[in-house]
Design a protein around this ligand. Structure first.
Ligand code: GMT
Length: 382
């Protein structure tokens, strides 16, 4: 099939999922067209099955805000016509589902019927989409998608609670490609980060408030008082500076390494002993899943969809949001001796395999097929 994927090209989870999905679909023989304002960060070489179409928004002084949705919907119309696209898959409701709907309607004028699949990722529902400024447009875009999927059961329930939804929402979980990890690094270059007896705790995120970065540091501070340890912080975002200051204040600056954004997540996870994810809200927690497939157990909050990924007492532990004491105690249970750590590591990698792409990709393929075959069905086309 020819599939157009709309996503954010940034480091965020929704962009990563969309990109990895596109690459996997191309490997299965589909033709994939990414339509976004920049080449997605995880997208490598383009080839005859993976195309990238950049959305340009020319600056015009009259506009205080440049109309990205308009440029995106026009680009979608052109791409669908030029490449004979069969289905449109938009990741993140705002504004992608809205722009996709407009493109669909414009194409219908030319007798081209293209089904739109909208995947809800989390913040498009819980943090941003739910704001009264956006809610009517988000509700409309969801209700007018041909298929709606959400990345966890928790996000599905939240969407149904927060919006007046009149369509089914199918849960298609996020995924990892386990075959990529079977040949994990033989030398993780752990010595670059820590001395031999130190445990390495890692956090990876976009450093937004919702990630509760101070909790990461508070948990680490409690752990390092009991056992030798280092904390590796990966990512960039608005909370990073305050995090650096907090480390100074606690006198642990030389024990915390801020690496910034990285394309070497697997290498970093390779030398990590524990992953910290104390988020306030998390629809799925892709970062936790990536840690688990790299044999890293997870200490997390029990927010949103995290319990669907991190298994209590098996792959790690979950605590109430903000309970840094409990998180630190749990971390110590895992890190206390090599045997306990090894057991959690093995459990983590085993459990992560539930989300192998081989199980998830067919679900999307089935959805595309069904949507494409029903594109002339009156009940289906909005
Ligand atoms: O919060 C982030 O890390 C970024 C955000 C995004 O929109 O890209 O991630 C959301 O989508 C990811 C992929 O589906 C999920 O794994 C994250 O849990 C979700 N973030 C939140 O719900 C806060």
């Amino acid at each position: 099939m020819k599939i157009a994927i709309v996503c954010y090209p940034t480091w965020g989870g929704s962009g990563v999922v969309a990109t990895e999905l596109g690459i996997a679909l191309a490997n299965r023989g589909h033709e994939v067209h990414f339509v976004t304002y920049r080449q997605p960060v995880r997208l490598g070489l383009l080839n005859n099955r993976i195309h990238f179409h950049e959305v340009h928004v020319p600056e015009y002084p009259l506009f205080k805000y440049q109309p990205y949705e308009l440029a995106l919907s026009s680009k979608l119309v052109d791409t669908v016509k030029l490449y004979g696209i069969d289905v449109l898959h938009v990741h993140y409701a705002i504004p992608h589902a809205y722009a996709g709907y407009m493109a669909k309607k414009m194409l219908e004028e030319e007798n081209i019927h293209i089904p739109m699949i909208t995947t809800l990722h989390g913040t498009d529902i819980t943090l941003v989409g739910n704001h009264p400024f956006y809610r009517p447009a988000v509700t409309f875009s969801i209700n007018n998608s041909d298929v709606v999927t959400s990345v966890s059961k928790s996000l599905k329930n939240q969407t149904l609670n927060l919006f007046d939804i009149k369509v089914d929402i199918e849960v298609v979980p996020n995924f990892i490609d386990k075959s990529k990890y079977s040949s994990s690094f033989t030398d993780c270059q752990r010595s670059l980060m820590a001395i031999d007896n130190e445990r390495i705790l890692t956090h990876i995120s976009n450093f937004r408030k919702v990630k509760r970065i101070p909790d990461v540091i508070q948990v680490f501070d409690r752990v390092r008082k009991k056992i030798p340890a280092k904390l590796v912080m990966v990512g960039e975002g608005p909370e990073k500076e305050a995090a650096e200051l907090l480390c100074e204040k606690l006198g642990i600056a030389e024990k915390v390494i801020f690496l910034g954004n990285s394309n070497e997540i697997d290498r970093i996870l390779c030398f990590s002993d524990l992953f910290l994810l104390p988020s306030e809200s998390e629809s799925f927690g892709l970062a936790a899943l990536e840690a688990m497939i790299n044999k890293v157990p997870v200490i997390s909050s029990n927010a949103g969809g995290i319990p669907e990924v991190n298994e209590q007492g098996i792959t790690g532990f979950l605590s109430e949001i903000g309970d840094v004491e409990d998180m630190a105690n749990n971390a110590l249970k895992i890190l206390k001796d090599d045997e306990a750590l090894e057991e959690f590591k093995l459990n983590a990698v085993k459990s992560a395999q539930r989300f192998d792409i081989l199980n998830v990709l067919p679900l999307y393929e089935e959805i595309y097929e069904k949507a494409y075959n029903s594109r002339f069905d009156k009940n289906f086309i909005k």
